[in-house]
Design a protein. Structure first.
Length: 278
């Protein structure tokens, strides 16, 4: 026949034994005769009720208590996180001390048969340890760094920059600042290109006079070509939303002579011949 399940859940038993002042005698009485208490701070686990009682007496001196922070429920097994505090009478609780975790299993009779416990280290490396290590290694002899062997250049495009950094610069002894310089140069070039494209697009859309050098005419022609292609594709009207139609004829505002004559003509066209856009 299968053994009957314990009538008391593991979580209830753990809370009754460990939340507050821990009694080594009560905990040992709740354990089985062959209990194994594996405290990871010790070299070997404690086996048997007497060994567990002696272990708990050394772990919880008079005036200390255990506080359960989080408890996992379970019928045959469970666990909790804990911290230690000092017992205070009619006063504010003491500061939290050592922290740790505990896992326990019950046998078929509801007695504790296995426990594994771990706690945080008493001494923790922190800023003081970091400062100490820096001071110790500050004057340590370091092998001389060989001179860089790569040829510094300024590639264009993200793929070219990546290949330059990882296949040429870094294997050739480049500093991390090399990547920062290339990334900054690429970002500035991209920002300038976007600003120029925006300015050219506005010049094309608004048909502004020609305040720019004639050397930019090829760029302006390319912008006009793209504008015409978009206009033919969408048949956009400047005063209405862009809707797709079957016509391939560009709107009148896009069929202008480009680049405009310079200086602009002084004669005013009649109102019937002037375009309403822009």
């Amino acid at each position: 026949m299968a053994a009957a399940a314990p009538t008391t859940g593991c979580d209830s038993l753990l809370r009754s034994l460990f939340d507050g002042v821990v009694s080594p005698d009560e905990v040992a009485a709740a354990c089985s005769a062959s209990v194994e208490w594996d405290d990871l701070t010790l070299s070997a686990p404690a086996v048997g009720r007497d060994a567990v009682r002696a272990l708990l007496v050394s772990k919880f001196p008079r005036g200390s208590k255990l506080v359960i922070d989080r408890l996992a429920d379970g019928q045959r097994s469970g666990g909790f996180t804990w911290h230690r505090e000092a017992v205070t009478e009619n006063g504010p609780p003491s500061a939290a001390g050592l922290r740790g975790t505990l896992f326990a299993e019950l046998d078929a009779e509801g007695q504790i048969c296995y426990v594994r416990e771990a706690c945080e280290p008493i001494l923790k490396p922190g800023q003081a340890t970091e400062a100490l290590l820096k001071a110790v290694t500050e004057n340590a002899d370091r092998p001389p760094k060989p001179p860089p062997t790569f040829t510094q250049r300024t590639p264009t495009g993200a793929a070219s920059i990546a290949r330059y950094l990882w296949e040429e610069a870094y294997p050739g002894g480049a500093e991390p600042t090399e990547a920062l310089v290339r990334a900054l140069a690429f970002a500035l070039a991209l920002a300038l290109a976007l600003a120029l494209a925006l300015a050219l697009a506005l010049a094309v859309a608004l048909d502004l006079p020609q305040p720019y050098p004639l050397a930019l005419s090829p760029l302006l022609s390319l912008t006009r070509t793209l504008t015409l292609a978009l206009a033919r594709r969408c048949a956009c009207s400047p005063t209405t939303s862009c809707t797709r139609t079957s016509t391939t004829r560009s709107p009148s505002w896009a069929r202008r002579r480009w680049p405009p004559s310079w200086p602009p003509s002084t004669s005013r066209a009649s109102s019937s011949s002037r375009s309403r856009w822009p």
